[in-house]
Design a protein around this ligand. Structure first.
Ligand code: ADP
Length: 316
């Protein structure tokens, strides 16, 4: 099975979101009654992989979950979404990554929240697992990484892909201030949002003009192309061979929940890079904007990500 070639391989995180809605956030030492509880599948790596799979490419996830109920459940979630799971390892040394979220409003995405994230098994993914998955990495069309696992593991995976001429997408999220410059050199597409661009460059990024400047700075650090996503304003794309960046606007939609919009965008970008490798990056970004715009019109993270069947045929 591991000799199979995949279009998109993601090396990244899985998180189980445990969400409680309550009239207010509890104080230290206090227990209060909430009115709703739900479990959601999250983690940037898994989100991006599942969005790419839903658009119709062969995907594999390289990650680690706990040998526990949440880990078993997550593996089933990958299977339900046609994501290959031979490289999803389970460990008894740590629990499946989890985010305990308390939201103090009837409308979760408008309320205040208190969140505890325990990365758990995600941090146990390392060189040993990457070596076991080397054939899949080598044969992939596109490899995608983020920063919710050990940054060493992400960098190593990107390097392995880069050395094998596999196109790479790196999403430096959550951003860290002194990101190793090695990440830029192994990124074919370095894709981040405004706040990540701000943290990485030290520039303030509040509008399209700022994003053009920040993209120039990120490109100088050695990547082949930069995309900065700008929420309802779409994104800015800058390629090494061009002097100026292009603003790719998004269509205006009524957003109900923007959680995971960036992951939907990156999953879609990975799909286009694998499925239409010769398409101009600006056109891939225009289409990824459209996919992500669909995701913000429904509630939840993976629950809001569209399938191929939900989208206009001209996106494919
Ligand atoms: P993140 O989720 O990482 O904060 P953004 O907010 O920049 O990322 O959103 C990623 C992409 O999702 C945008 O580039 C855009 O294509 C789409 N998007 C986000 N919010 C909206 C919105 N309100 N209307 C239309 N598209 C949106």
């Amino acid at each position: 099975m591991s000799d199979r070639a995949f279009d998109v391989v993601v090396v990244g995180s899985c998180m189980t979101d445990l969400v409680s809605q309550a009239p207010r956030l509890p104080k230290a030492g206090e227990t209060i009654h909430g009115h709703k509880f739900f479990i959601g599948f999250g983690g940037k790596g898994a989100n991006q992989c599942i969005q790419a799979a839903r658009l119709g490419v062969k995907t594999a996830m390289i990650c680690k979950v706990g040998k526990d109920f949440f880990g078993d459940n997550y593996i089933q979630n990958f299977k339900d979404n046609d994501v290959h799971t031979d490289f999803v390892w389970q460990t008894s040394d740590a629990a499946t990554g989890a985010a305990s979220i308390t939201v103090n409003d009837a409308v979760p995405w408008e309320g205040e929240n208190a969140i505890v994230i325990v990365a758990g098994a995600n941090m146990r993914l390392g060189e040993e697992e990457l070596q076991k998955a080397l054939t899949a990495i080598r044969k992939a069309k596109v490899l995608v990484c983020q920063l919710e696992i050990s940054s060493q593991t992400s960098l190593r995976a990107l390097q392995m892909a880069h050395d094998n001429k596999v196109r790479t997408i790196f999403n430096p999220a959550p951003a860290i201030p002194d990101l190793d410059f090695g990440f830029y050199r192994v990124s074919d597409v370095f894709c981040c949002n405004e706040s990540e661009a701000e943290l990485l460059t030290g520039y303030s990024v509040n509008n399209v003009e700022d994003a053009h400047q920040a993209a120039q700075e990120l490109l100088r650090r050695g990547c082949t192309a930069v995309i900065i996503t700008l929420g309802p304003q779409g994104c800015v794309v800058l390629k090494a061979q061009d002097k100026t960046s292009t603003h790719v606007p998004s269509t205006a939609v009524k957003a109900v929940d923007t959680t995971g919009a960036g992951d939907s965008f990156i999953g879609a970008l990975a799909f286009y890079l694998a499925h239409h490798p010769d398409m101009p990056l600006e056109e891939m970004a225009r289409r990824a904007n459209q996919v992500a715009a669909v995701s913000v019109q429904a509630v939840g993270t993976q629950t809001s990500f569209p399938f191929k069947r939900d989208l206009p045929a001209d996106l494919f």
